[in-house]
Design a protein around this ligand. Structure first.
Ligand code: ZN
Ligand code: ZN
Length: 65
């Protein structure tokens, strides 16, 4: 079954880390697609998968201003 992957991006438009949604990939990247959309302002953000993991780990730990 599909997995809802919780992801956060450092949104340049919001100027802070925001929860991100995965858009439908039309470029054939599959699960490696670096494209995310800020769920707050809907700005498209390209994210390195490693940065995604880092941001997710950071946000799930202690709070970061
Ligand atoms: Zn944003
Ligand atoms: Zn893609």
């Amino acid at each position: 079954m599909p997995v809802e992957l919780e992801c956060f991006v450092d949104c340049p438009s919001c100027g802070t880390v925001q929860p991100a949604d995965r858009p439908d990939c039309i470029d054939g990247h599959g699960s490696d697609c670096p494209e995310w959309i800020c769920s707050v302002c809907l700005t498209a953000v390209l994210v390195d998968p490693q940065l995604v993991a880092l941001a997710t780990r950071r946000s799930s730990g202690r709070a970061v201003a």
